[in-house]
Ligand binder design. Structure first.
Ligand code: PMP
Length: 392
């Protein structure tokens, strides 16, 4: 029967590989006493006032669809928020769509700009969903490898090399999942003339914009000539600890947003109504909680990165998100071997770097969105593991 079913699958669906992250979750979930540094989500529960706003919306009978683009009141709040926090100006009426997580915004963005055969440059190591989303939209993902010696930042040279006549867009994600890399205004400025010269669109996934620990985030859309060619993607999952609410948003040039809205109308109708009411509360009264969570992530980052370097896993200091990306090259293992053996022998779950694309092999991703006690125990176990295998 299985074979019979196979024949119905589209070529695109058949060729799609399952996410390399899930495999480790599934393995880890069958074991006892596992410390997971694998998950890319806050360990905090959503702040109480936001949950209450969700309950209140149900009690008030807000159980129907919202406008396709989302509640106007929330779009207005997002517009003010982007202006206050990041000095970006977008119209609530015509330039913002609420989506089902940033994930849907990524999918919508690619589907609205890609024609068959168009290439999209993806800065890697990068979030696992980008390349499949390009493929599903009929495009061709092109890896642009960033390197530890450049602190995993995008450089002019690497960008020039990745561009061909068929390149339509570049996808950036700073602060980065999985490297935690950030890019300053000046660093972003050093690539904008290349983007303009080749007339590229920019998809900027800024879902970690609030989680920067040394410098405040600077959006590429603020730079001269960039706003009109940038689709900015963000959401509530990370900064507001709302992954399960499934709410993100996308902003950008009016024409592109209008095209995205058409696809959104037919495929999703609107983002979840309860989540939109929660998000309104998060933006209006969530800053204190956000700052508390951020302070905690900063402490954990400082602890974990120092500890990795002390046990011989060289690790750059990530400027944002909640991931450390240490090198495991001193162990001589591939990232898959390292992650599998570490889970088997010491019961610590991490994600092998290769799943994040070019430049990821030789590294592991460790999320520090977990308690400091768990991080301390994980470091102890990883230290024993590295020591044992170094001796081999
Ligand atoms: N972009 C990046 C870089 C992410 O790390 C994630 C979640 N891991 C997403 C997008 C998707 O987030 P959401 O929950 O908003 O769909």
């Amino acid at each position: 029967m299985k074979e019979v079913q196979q024949q119905y699958l589209s070529k695109t669906a058949s060729k799609l590989k399952p996410s390399g992250i899930r495999k480790f979750f599934d393995l880890a979930s069958q074991m006892d006493n596992v410390i997971s540094l694998g998950v890319g989500e806050p360990d905090f529960v959503t702040p109480w006032n936001v949950c209450e706003a969700g309950y209140a919306s149900l009690e008030s009978g807000y159980t129907a669809y919202t406008a396709n683009a989302g509640l106007l009141e929330l779009r207005e709040e997002i517009s003010s928020y982007l202006s206050d926090q990041f000095s970006l100006s977008y119209s609530a009426e015509s330039q913002i769509i609420l989506t089902v997580g940033a994930s849907q915004a990524i999918d919508l963005a690619f589907r609205s700009i890609i024609d068959p055969g168009d290439e999209v440059v993806i800065v890697e190591p990068g979030f696992v969903a980008y390349a499949p989303a390009v493929t599903l939209a009929g495009g061709i993902p092109v890896s642009l490898e960033t390197k530890a010696e450049d602190e995993f930042k995008l450089t002019r040279e690497s960008l020039e090399k990745a561009i061909t006549k068929r390149t339509k867009a570049i996808l950036l994600c700073f602060p980065s999942n999985p490297t935690g890399a950030t890019m300053s205004k000046e660093e972003l400025q050093s690539v904008t003339d290349v983007i303009e010269k080749h007339d590229l669109l920019v998809l900027s996934d800024e879902i970690y914009a609030e989680l920067t620990y040394d410098e405040t985030h600077y959006s590429i859309a603020r730079l001269d000539g960039m706003k009109e060619r940038t689709i900015l993607i963000s959401g509530f999952s990370k900064a507001f600890a709302m992954t399960g609410w499934r709410l993100g948003y996308v902003t950008g040039p009016e024409e592109i947003i209008a095209a995205m809205l058409k696809i959104h109308q037919y495929t999703m109708m609107c983002a979840p109504t309860i989540a939109q009411h929660g998000a309104l509360e998060a933006l209006q009264n969530g800053r204190d909680d956000l700052e508390k969570m951020k302070k905690s992530y900063r402490q954990r980052r400082n602890y974990l990165v120092k500890a990795f370097n002390q046990i011989g896993l060289s690790c750059h200091m990530p400027g944002g998100a909640f991931y450390a990306f240490p090198s495991i090259q001193s162990t001589g293992m591939t990232s898959d071997e390292f992650a599998e053996k570490l889970l088997e022998e010491e019961r610590v779950a991490v994600v092998p770097g290769h799943v994040f694309g070019a430049g990821g092999e030789g590294y592991i991703r460790c999320s520090y969105a977990t308690s400091i006690e768990s991080l301390q125990e994980a470091v102890k176990r990883i230290g024993v593991f590295v020591e044992r295998h170094r001796a081999e």
